[in-house]
Design a binder for this molecule. Structure first.
Ligand code: KIV
Length: 287
């Protein structure tokens, strides 16, 4: 296991790959969740644009804005004293031009305190990756199911299930690596195809739904806690159901308020007796 206290760096991630230690990676969008993930020993945290869905209730990631992403990234970075934080570049924050990509990636680092950024797309995004890396900012590539391009790739569906598309993914991974990506996230790709990507790569290949041969595993925190209800991808493992105890707590609170069991004496502030007598006297004199 890597050192539990000091900040995880890119060389640490490469060392983990070298010694065959899988990298643990989970999303977070807020300070208290990131604090617990960090305390648990998570290696990497992704501040995903999936926050638009998990936190804000949108039906896609597209409405995430730079201001929203930078603000939640800063909250996560403040909590992550050890985990390596990756800020997810939202829709249209990098697609229009290299310059826009570099400026927005810079905001994730300077305002958001992130250690790296992630952007979606393979070969067609190579210039953006290279421009950001040239500006001194580490970039994680993201291929396979790329939610920002959902309408182009036929929806939120597994990718690379035909030989042609699988070959394109292999090319994408190679080109992103050549452009300077320090790691590549592969989403919802058949495990056998991801295994070939891993074999050809010399950077860490991280999986979300792409099988156990990858160098690390990412999931969405709201999925593993059963807090996201809209749909559950095949690759999700639910580790607990915190929705049920939350619902029970809310129902108990409502009942306590309605039945005047809350607040009890221990939840109330006290005024010293002497001050109370002075107050009563002043009110009497005023009347
Ligand atoms: O936004 C996000 O959480 C992501 C994952 C789905 C990979 O990009």
């Amino acid at each position: 296991m890597t050192d539990k206290r000091s900040k995880v760096t890119i060389p640490d991630l490469y060392a983990m790959v070298e010694r065959g230690e899988p990298i643990s990676f989970l999303t977070a969008y807020d300070y208290p969740t990131a604090l617990l993930e960090d305390r648990a020993g998570m290696d990497m945290i992704l501040v995903g644009d999936s926050g638009a869905m998990c936190l804000l209730g949108h039906t896609s990631t597209l409405p995430a804005t730079m201001d929203f992403m930078v603000q939640i990234t800063a909250a996560v970075s403040r909590a992550a004293s050890r985990a390596f934080v990756v800020g997810d570049m939202p829709y249209m924050s990098y697609q229009p031009s290299d310059e826009m990509a570099v400026r927005n990636a810079g905001r994730f680092i300077s305002e958001g305190g992130a250690d790296a950024v992630k952007l979606e797309g393979g070969a067609r995004m190579a210039d953006r990756v290279q421009a950001i890396v040239d500006a001194g900012i580490p970039v994680m590539g993201h291929i396979g199911l790329t939610p920002q391009a959902a309408s182009m790739i036929g929806g939120l569906k597994s990718q690379g299930r035909s030989a042609e598309v699988a070959l394109e993914l292999l090319d994408d991974a190679e080109i992103l690596e050549e452009a300077g990506a320090f790691a590549i996230l592969v989403e919802a790709v058949p495990a056998r195809v991801a295994e070939v990507i891993v074999r050809q790569a010399s950077v860490p290949i991280l999986s979300i739904g792409s099988g156990g041969a990858c160098h690390g595993q990412l999931l969405i925190v709201h999925d593993i806690l059963s807090l996201f209800e809209a749909f559950t991808p095949k690759f999700v493992k639910k580790y607990t159901d915190i929705a049920s105890p939350m619902l029970e707590a809310f129902q108990s609170y409502i009942k306590d308020v309605k039945e005047r069991r809350f607040p009890a004496a221990e939840h109330e502030y006290r005024i010293p007796d002497e001050e109370w007598r002075r107050l009563e006297k002043a009110i009497e004199e005023d009347a």
